[in-house]
Design a binder for this molecule. Structure first.
Ligand SMILES: O=C(O)CCC(=O)C(=O)O
Ligand SMILES: [Fe+2]
Length: 541
């Protein structure tokens, strides 16, 4: 890549060498924090190019100002006594010269484009060789924010003010930021969030105008257009008509709004001719539960701590030190019961910071958008219900990975001979994994078939980071949420002793609200555990 600013070249080239190997594949940057960090480097290069462009343009304007001063002075002199001035042959010559060759030079200075061309060239090169977000990334980032809003039940205005579940951050969203979220929701046909964010955009815009801030970029009529339409789509035609009237006061020639107005009036007329009272839908965020909550609602409630296991169950939970193997006799395990039936155990401080660093370092260059198995076909696919980046590490790659496998055996009393490799996962903001089973169900015939090791009998989930906010592992049916604590492992059996899947283990990774989440999974399989966990025909075990 060639850069046109000579002294920028060395720095840019250095950055390019580092970045170019990482950056040729550009997609889904929002899925992991590690990728977002690279975007800051891209932004730094954009800023450098912009600063240089401004500097050059300012120099140009300075030169033009000096020229204008010269013209003004000479012109004033001439005007003070025109005939006297022009009677001098030198002045007559200079006047003609000023308006010919001189003026041509001035004009070409005005229209000179080199700094613009160079800046544009540099922008193109940066976009080609550095990580650069796509429209898909913007859609994904907006969807992640909306997912967080829903899961953690955050009201639009608090979120726009930077309040995340009671924690106040300094970043706020401007009217145009809110407008963009509304527009993204509109493009996803999500009229509920379109209305919420366009309402907020209007409120913010009024505030910005009151504060005389020059932030306001989106015309009010445009916000009103989205707001009116989403309001109509949500069933409130009268309010939609009022909003469209307001829009037309600001922009009377707006043809689409004129059409919509006529349409809304016709809907209202038709209803009143039929003597049907139009019921304006009450628009609130509240979700009244006059019915049993759906799994999604239970999942979201577990994530935000709005539900928890019954007190009787919690009262029975114990914690203890255990030593079941040579290793754990030396370093006794801190075992905590998180749930009894099914048994979900937490082991504290079983992965050390130094081990976590090695695992993260090995996994980082290999992180790819996580896939889920299409259990019907066996194919691996990306899916919006699982948003994270993951990589697999094998025991032979590093002693630390092998050591983690041995620790898994100590924790579970099972063998890792037939297990999958260690799956390392990094979730960015909004990263999540919706409710799922780790085991394959009866109809998912192709799952693990090629491995020949049977179903996933147990899950050992290591938390490799704390998470500032959100990111719990939720078990919706149990109303249980495990909050990540660096170094802790969660362990549970996915199968009953008769080999049937235990549906109570259905679980999810709640969206990360603030911070970044690292975990690793070790999935143990059935084959090889025959003597370690004997099977029974009793379906209750
Ligand atoms: O990240 C978590 O909390 C759970 C991850 C999980 O369930 C999975 O990867 O299967
Ligand atoms: Fe899972």
């Amino acid at each position: 890549m060639t850069f046109k600013y000579p002294d920028a070249e060395m720095w840019l080239f250095g950055a390019w060498v580092v970045m170019s190997c990482l950056c040729l594949v550009q997609a889904e940057l929002y899925t992991a924090i590690t990728d977002l960090e690279d975007l800051l480097d891209t932004e730094a290069m954009f800023m450098e190019t912009l600063d240089r462009y401004i500097e050059r343009e300012e120099k140009k304007i300075e030169r033009l100002k000096r020229k204008a001063d010269e013209y003004r002075k000479e012109h004033a002199l001439a005007s003070s006594d025109v005939s006297e001035y022009l009677s001098n042959p030198l002045n007559a010559y200079l006047l003609v010269k000023r308006l010919t060759t001189d003026w041509t030079t001035t004009e070409s200075l005005m229209t000179e484009q080199t700094s613009l061309d160079e800046a544009q060239h540099n922008f193109t090169e940066i976009k080609r060789f550095m990580k650069f977000p796509t429209d898909e990334d913007l859609t994904g980032a907006a969807a992640a924010l909306i997912r967080l809003q829903d899961t953690y039940d955050m009201d639009t205005s608090s979120l726009a003010k930077g309040e995340l579940m009671g924690v106040k951050y300094t970043t706020q969203l401007s009217a145009s930021d809110c407008f963009e979220l509304g527009r993204q929701s509109y493009n996803s046909l999500d009229y509920h969030h379109t209305r919420l964010w366009m309402t907020e955009a209007l409120a913010r815009q009024e505030q910005e105008l009151r504060q005389n801030s020059n932030k306001t970029e989106t015309p009010k009529w445009e916000i009103l257009e989205y707001l009116a339409y989403s309001t109509y789509m949500e069933g409130n035609v009268k309010t939609a008509l009022d909003m469209t009237n307001e829009l037309l006061q600001l922009y009377p020639e707006h043809e689409r709004a004129q059409g919509n107005k006529a349409y809304y009036i016709s809907v209202i007329d038709k209803e009143s001719n039929n003597k049907i009272e139009i019921e304006e839908v009450e628009q609130t965020n509240a979700k009244p539960f006059d019915r049993a909550p759906t799994e999604k609602e239970l999942y979201e409630m577990s994530c935000r701590g709005a539900v928890s296991p019954p007190k009787e169950i919690q009262a029975k939970l114990k914690c203890r030190y255990v030593s079941s193997s040579p290793f754990t006799r030396l370093a006794r395990l801190k075992e905590e019961e998180a749930y009894l039936e099914p048994r979900i155990l937490l082991y504290r401080d079983v992965m050390y910071d130094s081990e976590i660093e090695v695992i993260k370092r090995l996994a980082t260059p290999r992180l790819k958008r996580a896939t889920v198995q299409n259990f019907k076909t066996g194919a691996l696919e990306t899916a919006s219900y699982r948003i994270s980046k993951s990589a697999w590490l094998s025991n032979i790659e590093d002693e630390v990975v092998a050591r983690v496998s041995r620790r898994v055996e100590d924790l579970s009393g099972l063998t890792t001979e037939t297990s999958e490799e260690l799956q390392v996962v990094n979730y960015g903001i909004g990263g999540h994994y919706e409710p799922h089973f780790d085991f394959a169900r009866a109809d998912e015939v192709n799952a693990f078939k090629s491995l020949g090791t049977g179903n996933r009998i147990a899950t050992i989930l290591f938390y490799m980071s704390d998470v500032a906010q959100g990111g719990a592992t939720a078990f919706p049916d149990l109303k249980l949420a495990l909050s990540p604590q660096k170094g802790t492992a969660a362990v549970w059996m996915n199968l009953h002793a008769n080999g049937e899947g235990d549906v109570r283990t259905r679980h999810a990774a709640c969206p990360v609200l603030a911070g970044s989440k690292w975990v690793s999974n070790k999935w143990l399989h059935v084959v090889g555990q025959e003597f370690l966990r004997p099977c029974t025909l009793d379906p209750t075990v």
